[in-house]
Design a protein around this ligand. Structure first.
Ligand SMILES: [Zn+2]
Length: 503
């Protein structure tokens, strides 16, 4: 830890394990299980090894151990100034594949890159959600060549939910000179300019722009609004007037303008997945009516699937759980002709809801009677049919009985509104679920019944019964670096705390 603190340039190295040696004094040292110990003089010591072997040994140690070694003796210090050691650490620990020789031109060494850039800013690598009130967002901070870049992931333009995400750089950090790394804000159209980054606490940091005049446009706010509309939403002023969306959109623009110079980010994780999951958890883009496309997170918790908002809107803000799917309650849809009838489909879902309410009442009355509540017969959660598995999985399960692939035709009931007419026309499994609806400002939130439709490995849908509307969700295919949750518990904790961020 002391070594680490020294590397960051904070704190004292007082806790160092090695005693400090005078220049020129050469004690003998050997490495055991990563620790450095001084030992009595003997024939087999590290110091007697040829320098090229020492370079090889030191290159395979974690970079954080190296400053401690440098303090051991003059010879070690000299060897540790070899840039190949640091080049290898940059590559192995941070995946820097760039030709680091380029650095020589700027007189910056690989050691500088490791110590002053990668190690210094390692805590901000990964996935983050910006605190932009109800709107949220998704940021991935990655090492990219000799830069650390913060990419904000914008959804494709509404309603093209199957199109790829649009990453946009919002800040970058690099070493322009030896002294220290430079943080630059990338907002606006006038190029990178001065910014700052500060770790607020564990899993929270903030960025600051110190030259917001770089964000301004010659045509004033109006030009900025038009540009934002075109670039971020793929819309024109005429479009939004025509679609009666001007109020919602103008409100969003005014709101996010407040975060022009300062933004706080909180760490989020990719959901953990298990091989027996019905569907691979992850990030999805979904249609939310006039709110446009939003980013959500699908996670599976035993017999329940949760869909949490990563971006949100003034009705249901980011961080809230938009859908909850009961994987124990499958719904068998009728054939296509009957499916067109909204009342029939509606009855199917309401029947499940009534059944759940009966079970709950029974449970409560038994608890009141002080009797041991007889748990309703537990059924196994629905298993994915064979069509859901990848070919490799199927090979592994060859000895199990063959399942007939369940693929049935799908069509939306006539009265249900869909943002995108190009929804899938076959479905694999359907479940009962609830969706969260609320008034403006997240007033009177309520979970209302609906139908969750699993179309394929990368798409699902939800019919909001009360709203008579349909949301289509499509998987975000980008691979996010350093996004794994340290444990399933850490992930659950994150979901919990996310709900309170926007309140
Ligand atoms: Zn800026």
């Amino acid at each position: 830890m002391a070594v680490c603190a020294r590397l960051c340039g904070v704190g004292q190295s007082g806790g160092c394990r090695q005693r400090q040696l005078e220049d020129g004094e050469e004690d003998e040292v050997r490495i055991e299980a990563g620790a450095v110990q001084t030992v009595p003089r003997g024939p087999r010591t590290l110091l007697q090894l040829p320098p090229e072997i020492l370079v090889e040994i030191f290159s395979s140690l974690p970079g954080t151990e190296l400053p401690g070694l440098a303090r051991v003796c003059k010879k070690f210090r000299h060897i540790l100034s070899t840039d190949t050691i640091w080049r290898r650490r940059c590559k192995q620990e941070y995946g820097v594949c760039e030709n680091l020789r380029k650095l020589e031109v700027t007189n910056v060494s690989c050691q500088d890159v490791y110590v002053k850039l990668l190690h210094q800013y390692r805590h901000i690598l990964g996935l983050w959600q910006p605190d932009i009130g109800p709107y949220g967002g998704l940021l991935n901070v990655v090492v990219d060549g000799l830069f650390i870049i913060g990419w904000m992931y914008l959804t494709p333009h509404d309603p093209h939910v199957d199109e790829p995400m649009r990453p946009k750089p919002v800040f970058r950090i690099h070493l322009m000179e030896r002294k220290s790394a430079t943080v630059e804000c990338m907002y606006g159209h006038k190029g990178p300019h001065n910014g700052q980054i500060q770790m607020v606490k564990k899993d929270e940091f903030c960025t600051k722009c110190v030259q917001t005049d770089y964000h301004r446009m010659s045509g004033g706010r109006q030009e900025e609004f038009r540009t934002w509309l075109r670039e971020d939403l793929g819309r024109t002023l005429e479009d939004i007037f025509h679609e009666h969306m001007q109020e919602l959109i103008l409100m969003k623009f005014i709101y996010i303008c407040q975060f022009d110079n300062c933004l706080t980010y909180r760490r989020i994780y990719h959901p953990p997945s298990r091989p027996d999951n019905l569907m691979r958890p992850g990030f999805f883009k979904g249609t939310y009516g006039s709110h446009g496309l939003e980013i959500v997170l699908l996670s599976i918790h035993g017999t329940v699937a949760k869909v949490t908002k990563i971006t949100g809107d003034p009705n249901v803000p980011a961080g809230q759980q938009t859908l909850e799917i009961d994987l124990m309650r499958t719904v068998q849809l009728p054939d296509v002709e009957h499916l067109r009838n909204f009342d029939k489909m509606s009855r199917l879902i309401l029947d499940v809801q009534a059944q759940i309410q009966r079970e709950q009442r029974l449970q409560e009355s038994m608890e009141e009677d002080g009797r041991e509540a007889a748990a309703p017969a537990r059924v196994e959660p629905a298993r994915p049919s064979s069509v859901l598995r990848s070919p490799e999985d199927q090979d592994a399960k060859q000895d199990s009985e063959p399942q007939t692939p369940v693929v049935q035709s799908f069509v939306l009931p006539a009265e249900v509104m869909a943002r995108n007419e190009e929804y899938p026309r076959v479905w694999r499994m359907c479940f009962y679920g609830t969706g969260l609806i609320a008034g403006h400002g997240f007033s009177n939130p309520e979970r209302t019944p609906g139908l969750f439709i699993l179309f394929d490995e990368d798409r699902f849908g939800f019919i909001w019964l009360e709203l008579k509307s349909f949301s289509l969700y499509s998987r975000v295919r980008d691979k996010f670096q350093r996004a794994e949750a340290p444990s399933p518990e850490a992930f659950d904790e994150m979901l919990q705390s996310m709900q309170t961020w926007t309140k």
